[in-house]
Design a binder for this molecule. Structure first.
Ligand code: GRF
Length: 204
């Protein structure tokens, strides 16, 4: 069966990208293949992780490109040139317009570090998500992989995994536990699931 061509969009350290690379190496991600990594930020360490294993990279910075239109057009060109069929947002910090998400309907997935619909949507990113969970006093949080549509964190849920909050947790400690126990497990699983579906469709 032809593998689904995956593009991963990143902005930061790329530990979720690393989890995808490791899963590909281990064979647990086998229905898809990472063919491109696009960073929204120049010099992001995620780019080094890709280069280390020979995955082609591109940088598309909203700041440098000046407008949302130019930014998205550049990303689209990169995706088209790579023949990308599935887009994985792995810590990608730039907003994508409704035009963009419509163009790739059911073809973009994102990892969010909470159990949606808690602590998600506009303004809930990075450490803020975990600060909000601790402020609220929830005893269980986790991560969610979902399809991306025009509503922030509003697309159909693909997979979720719960993580316990421990007494004395700081946002940083909780963030790390959610990554280790949920994000790095869930994102490769979801990428495999969706890749397998797309690949099966191609075989028909
Ligand atoms: C993760 O917490 C992810 O859930 C969020 O951004 C962070 C990315 O970290 N969307 P990394 O770049 O994958 O290390």
């Amino acid at each position: 069966m032809l593998k689904t061509r995956i593009a991963v969009l990143v902005s930061g350290g790329g530990t979720n990208l690393q989890a995808l690379i490791d899963a590909q190496k281990a064979g647990t991600l086998h229905s898809g293949e990472i063919v491109l990594v696009v960073s929204g930020v120049e010099g992001a360490y995620a780019l080094t992780r890709a280069e280390n294993v020979g995955i082609p990279t591109a940088v598309c910075s909203r700041k440098v490109l000046g407008s949302q239109e130019a930014f998205e057009a550049t990303i689209c060109r990169e995706l088209d040139a790579a023949g990308a069929e599935l887009i994985v947002l792995a810590g990608f910090m730039s907003i994508l317009s409704a035009d963009f998400t419509k163009k790739y309907e059911n073809r973009i997935i994102n990892i969010h570090p909470s159990l949606i619909p808690s602590f998600c949507g506009q303004g809930f990113y990075g450490l803020r998500v975990h600060e909000a969970a601790l402020d609220y006093g929830v005893k269980v949080t986790g991560a969610t992989v979902h399809f991306v549509n025009e509503i922030p964190d509003g697309g159909k849920i693909i997979l979720q995994k719960a993580v316990e909050v421990q007494p004395g947790d700081t946002p940083e400690v909780l963030q790390r536990r959610v990554m280790e126990q949920a994000e790095w497990v869930l994102l490769p699983q979801a990428a495999e699931l969706v890749s397998a579906e797309i690949a099966a469709g191609k075989g028909e």
